[in-house]
Design a protein around this ligand. Structure first.
Ligand SMILES: [Zn+2]
Length: 322
């Protein structure tokens, strides 16, 4: 599977990813006449929209900051992905299986993105199911104490990693994932006697990227410090699909500082941004933040633990509102 994506596949993916549709995942587009659409530019801060999309020609152009290109260029720039990663992302979006040219000099990862995303999604579902089992009672009690009811836990996809060494590993192997794939997805790690689950006896929150794919997890310790000397919060390691600094940069291309200034109000800004996809940095520990969010927002769908994002030292949680 290693190597370069076939040119014909790149063309196919580009032709079958309507630019207004793809851009529409990030920017609210309105008709601008003459077959064009326009919206607020995701690459610079602006009030009247100067970001134009021409679906018939398959390209976008911003008259404010002069950025432009095709659908691949748009995703590459917005998501900070490589060309290959972008084509893989777009292929996933339309359910198309890419073919790679064997023996090419491009030494990309030998396992493609869709396998890692699939492994993370399967893990998220596994963790959510575990939360319903009798042995997860202490996890559910913890959530209740923090004001998160069953519905809220479901909204955020909260799950439970069992108090075992390899329950997830076994489950995912049974689903056909290889040890190499699970290692690359950050779901297992090397133990003294072979691979083991990364998380044990923890509450689990999926981390989603802006397209909604599960790319990693945050995990909150449930055992006492005497029993578990690990950190209170753990996050997935960097993987090819979970690049923390890139996730942090999803403020429509704004710098971290601009984003902090713009959304520093946390919840106060939520109403203004309802209906748009935006990351809100919010101060406070994750579980407390979720409690406040649950008071008013049911559509928030993911967060990124900012303890791993040095740029955002002042806040600990990002919430994606769609
Ligand atoms: Zn612009």
């Amino acid at each position: 599977m290693a190597g370069r994506i076939k040119d014909s596949d790149v063309t196919y993916v580009r032709d079958h990813s309507p630019i207004d549709d793809v851009v529409g995942d990030y920017v609210q587009l309105k008709s601008a006449g003459g077959g064009q659409k326009k919206g607020l530019c995701p690459f610079h801060d602006e009030k009247p929209p100067s970001f134009h999309v021409t679906p018939s020609k398959g390209y976008f152009h911003c008259f404010g900051c002069q950025v432009g290109g095709d659908v691949i260029a748009f995703i590459m720039k917005l998501e900070h992905l490589t060309f290959t990663e972008t084509v893989e992302r777009l292929a996933d979006r339309i359910g198309y299986t890419l073919t790679y040219e064997a023996g090419s000099s491009n030494s990309g990862p030998s396992i493609n993105r869709s396998r890692l995303v699939a492994a993370n999604l399967a893990a998220a579902i596994f963790y959510q199911e575990q939360l319903q089992l009798p042995e997860a009672q202490h996890g559910r009690d913890f959530l209740t104490k923090r004001g998160l009811d069953r519905d809220a836990a479901k909204t955020f996809g909260v799950g439970y990693a069992p108090d075992q060494w390899d329950s997830l590993f076994k489950f995912l192997k049974g689903k056909g994932f290889t040890e190499e794939e699970l290692m690359l997805a950050g779901l297992i790690k090397e133990g003294t006697k072979g691979a083991i689950d990364r998380y044990r006896n923890r509450l689990i929150w999926p981390v989603k990227d802006i397209s909604g794919d599960v790319v990693g997890f945050g995990a909150r310790k449930l055992a006492s410090d005497e029993v578990d000397q690990g950190s209170k919060y753990l996050n997935s390691p960097e993987t090819t699909i979970y690049k923390k600094n890139k996730i942090a940069m999803k403020f429509y291309g704004m710098s971290s500082e601009e984003a902090m200034n713009k959304y520093n109000g946390g919840m106060a800004d939520y109403k203004a941004s309802e209906g748009k996809v935006v990351w809100i940095p919010y101060k406070g520990p994750l579980d407390k933040t979720l409690k406040q969010i649950c008071g008013g927002i049911r559509s928030a769908c993911s967060y990124v633990g900012a303890t791993t994002l040095r740029d955002f030292s002042k806040c600990t949680t990002f919430v994606r509102i769609k």
